[in-house]
Design a protein around this ligand. Structure first.
Ligand SMILES: [Zn+2]
Length: 292
């Protein structure tokens, strides 16, 4: 059976603008180009981020606190590079504020995402799920990949929304129940990362630690690999659009901590819900979704 790509709908749930391009830029560009509907839900504006270009340093939370607004523009430029036109902020832009890294005082702000009521936040996502009716959802693992509170909360909200969206008795005013077929978590296979970090160390004075990179797992945990060779240029362009957060240099990039890490062309996933495709690793997140 030939897949009708236009019937495919992919939903990605991320914490901050830039996470989608780093983790899934090639995947998003590929499915969008094939005609699938690609929807991104970003949970915060990333107001708590640091800023790399000195001329934009005034945007940070401790100065003009204008970074969130600015990052809406960066995200929209990044999505143009990926060919994705359906981008939403959970509950609307600014509904949930960036919580900052784990342990900082901002974690306690009543308006931050970490303090959000999970069912209330999931309700905003259920509304999107029931409208878009995605077959496949991509988000983080229960550690949020690397322990950032907003990433952990994005995981909780996404997983809760998968469950609630499928329950016809839960808030029927948000639309008819919808059951997502497959759920994936973002992963990076440890051997790939180690190899690439070793190569980065030959070029750059400082490289990232393994634990700085979200979602690193033993290779055998990876269930799906998306070949990004044809899409990595789009991914790099999208990452460059997040200029306050990312410096791109060929096949590597650095965040504001100046520690270099690989810009991965291939993207890796763990299947946590739904039918596995016939081959492992799967090469297409929609394998097994279209009924014969
Ligand atoms: Zn993030």
């Amino acid at each position: 059976m030939t897949a009708d790509h236009r019937a495919r709908r992919l939903l990605l749930v991320h914490a901050h603008p830039d996470d989608e391009s780093i983790g899934n830029g090639a995947t998003m560009a590929r499915y969008a180009a094939q005609g699938a509907r690609v929807t991104l839900v970003t949970c915060t504006l990333g107001e708590g981020g640091e800023v790399i270009p000195p001329e934009l340093a005034h945007l940070t939370a401790d100065r003009t606190d204008a970074l969130g607004e600015y990052r809406i523009g960066e995200l929209s430029a990044a999505m143009k590079e990926l060919g994705v036109d359906d981008v939403r902020f959970l509950g609307g832009p600014g509904r949930y504020r960036d919580s900052g890294m784990m342990g900082v005082p901002e974690n306690g702000r009543p308006d931050c995402f970490w303090q959000a009521d999970p069912d209330e936040a999931a309700g905003h996502l259920v509304e999107v799920v029931r409208e878009v009716r995605p077959q496949v959802l991509v988000t983080y693992d229960e550690q949020g990949g690397y322990g950032h509170p907003d990433h952990i909360q994005a995981h909780r909200v996404a997983m809760r929304a998968v469950e609630l969206a499928a329950d016809p008795a839960w808030r029927p005013e948000l639309g008819p129940a919808w059951r997502i077929v497959k759920v994936y978590w973002n992963r990076v296979p440890r051997s790939v990362l180690r190899d690439r970090l070793a190569r980065a160390a030959e070029r750059y004075p400082l490289v990232a630690d393994e634990q700085d990179v979200p979602g690193v797992v033993p290779d055998e945990t990876v269930d799906a690999v998306l070949d990004g060779a044809d899409w990595v240029d789009r991914k790099a362009a999208a990452m460059r659009a997040h200029a306050t957060q990312i410096t791109v240099d060929g096949a590597y990039f650095a965040l504001s901590n100046d520690r270099w890490q690989p810009l991965l062309a291939d993207e890796y996933y763990q299947l946590v819900h739904g039918p596995a495709g016939s081959a492992r690793p799967e090469r297409d997140l929609f394998e097994g979704v279209e009924a014969p």
